[in-house]
Design a protein around this ligand. Structure first.
Ligand code: BES
Ligand code: ZN
Ligand code: ZN
Length: 507
């Protein structure tokens, strides 16, 4: 998408669609559409009589077409109440606008930014760019040519941001390019998640990592296949991979900045189960349906690394994920089997469907050994997380409150909703095993997201500030309904933008 900055008032821009933001604040729409165009006022008044449009967030209305207007269409888009406006609402507003504009085949649309003059304009523009790019996202790789033709999609090609002071252009250009990179990374994560598990195999994740490393001289990569991982002692994740015909891979990427300003390293670790059938502890039909999303954590690692070359954060970044499939077969791990993780701890796998934590046992202990200053993991770990917070929020668990609070500032900046949950040490006893060091399936189901996080903590060096994000809810929107206009059906890429913002902002 092309973004063009302009100091003109909207009457002087030419495009097919003009977006007029409307507050939900008691003023009539006619009082709010302040375009200096003859005949427009009557048109708005007339439309207001016929159609109910309150300016509520996520709603829109096209004014009927009239000759003599400078725009083919004027699109009213609700912003909600003026006092509630924040960048996240602008993200939603922009996505609603772009989606509606598409329905009338507008190639070029105009936003009047003078409406937001009193707010933090850079933050607003950042959110607007993300809203536009993410709102326009579609996953069409699996549609046939005939189906695509029938859909007659005409994407918007140019967005003009007008009503801006010229002195701000330079800074805003930078803001736009960062916003576009954040969106591009999120979209890569979405594409990887949305690709069916039959194609998005462990090998496909590995190849994506190789491609990223190849295209960026600052990113290097090592990986281990089944044999090499066995020699390395990564036997927990190999246990989970045992039932699959697909070769598993342990992948480690490193980004080395030109200048490491504070001489720090941060690690991002992801759960990369390309399909979670549950293994021999097989999932029921409804639970298995969307389990191609179970590699969302690994998709986030790849998404982050795909834009580091252009964003150039001044901190070293380690990215680690295990890529494997959780399948039942004659060679599959059996309930009750014991595996030994990278740090030497033995795990009794009493439920092969609690496989994510077993894979992460290896990746977290391997990453701990790299001694990063900070460590974050993203994992679609438990259904219990969704019971606790629903589809839109992730749950965050941390051994370091300060780090968590700092990270939450980035989550807020990016509109990625999250809530802290406690690591209740008392519950660790639910993970005891009669024969091994730890059991992957707690004694009872209560507090399932917490016991999963406690399990992970056993594999994290306690001196490293660490956050675990259980993204089972927000990672993907398949059967559920999620009402954010910039998140469509499928993978969301949740977490990518917070992480990128955190590394740009704090180092
Ligand atoms: N991948 C699932 C968790 C999940 C569920 C993610 C729904 C996204 C949506 C995970 O591997 C799993 O199966 N967890 C079990 C753990 C249980 C067996 C202790 C669960 O949550 O039921
Ligand atoms: Zn599972
Ligand atoms: Zn899983």
């Amino acid at each position: 998408m092309k973004f063009t900055l302009s100091a003109q008032t909207p009457e002087n821009e030419s495009a097919r669609v003009l977006v007029a933001p409307i507050w939900e604040n008691g003023h009539t729409t006619a009082q709010q559409v302040k375009l200096n165009v003859s005949g427009l006022n009557e048109l708005v008044i007339q439309t207001e009589k016929e159609e109910k449009f309150t300016g509520a967030l996520d709603t829109f209305l096209f004014l009927p077409m009239r000759n003599g207007l400078p725009y083919h269409r004027i699109l009213l888009v609700g912003l909600g109440k003026q006092k509630d406006l924040d960048p996240e609402r602008v993200r939603r507003f922009a996505a609603t606008a772009i989606k509606s504009a598409e329905t009338v085949s507008a190639k070029k649309i105009v936003f009047d930014l003078s409406y937001f003059a009193k707010l933090d304009l850079e933050h607003i523009v950042h959110a607007l760019v993300e809203g536009v790019e993410l709102g326009a996202y579609k996953f069409l790789k699996y549609k046939s040519k005939t189906a695509l033709e029938k859909m007659q999609i005409t994407p918007v090609e140019e967005v003009i941001l007008c009503g801006l002071e010229k002195r701000r252009f330079k800074k805003l250009e930078q803001v736009i390019s960062i916003g576009k990179l954040f969106a591009r990374a999120t979209i890569l994560s979405r594409d990887l998640i949305n690709t069916p598990a039959g194609d998005m195999t462990p090998k496909a994740l590995l190849e994506k990592a190789q491609e990223i490393a190849k295209n960026n001289p600052r990113v290097s990569m090592t990986f281990f296949n089944r044999e090499q991982a066995r020699k390395k002692g990564l036997n927990a994740f190999l246990g989970i991979a045992a039932g699959s015909a697909q070769e598993p891979y342990f992948v480690h990427l490193t980004y080395r900045p030109k200048i490491n300003k504070k001489n720090k390293t941060i690690a991002i670790v992801g759960k990369g189960v390309t399909f979670d059938s549950g293994g021999l502890s097989l999932k029921p039909i409804d639970g298995m349906f969307d389990m191609k999303i179970d590699m969302s954590g690994a998709a986030n690692v790849l998404a982050v690394f795909s834009v580091l070359g252009e964003l150039e954060p001044t901190v070293q970044i380690e990215g680690v994920f295990t890529a494997c499939e959780n399948m039942p077969s004659g060679s599959a791990i059996k309930p009750g089997d014991v595996v030994t993780a990278y740090n030497g701890k033995t795990i009794e796998v009493t439920n092969t469907d609690a496989e994510g934590r077993v894979c992460l046992a290896d990746s977290l202990s391997y990453t701990s050994e790299l001694k990063p200053d900070y460590m974050v993991d993203f994992a679609t770990l438990t259904g219990a997380m969704m019971v606790a917070l629903g589809e839109n929020y992730s749950g965050a668990f941390s051994n370091d409150t300060k780090f968590l609070q700092k990270f939450f500032e980035s989550s807020k900046h990016e509109g990625e909703m999250v809530w802290e949950l406690p690591l209740i040490q008392e519950y660790k006893k639910k993970l005891r095993s009669a024969i091994a060091d730890i059991n992957n399936y707690p004694d009872n189901k209560w507090g399932g997201a917490i016991t999963a996080a406690l399990f992970l903590q056993e594999f994290v060096d306690e001196t490293i500030p660490w956050i675990h994000f259980d993204i089972a809810g927000p990672a993907g929107v398949l059967k559920q309904c999620n009402d954010l206009p910039y998140i469509s059906h499928g993978g969301s890429g949740y977490g990518v933008r917070s992480f990128l913002h955190f590394v740009l902002k704090n180092f």
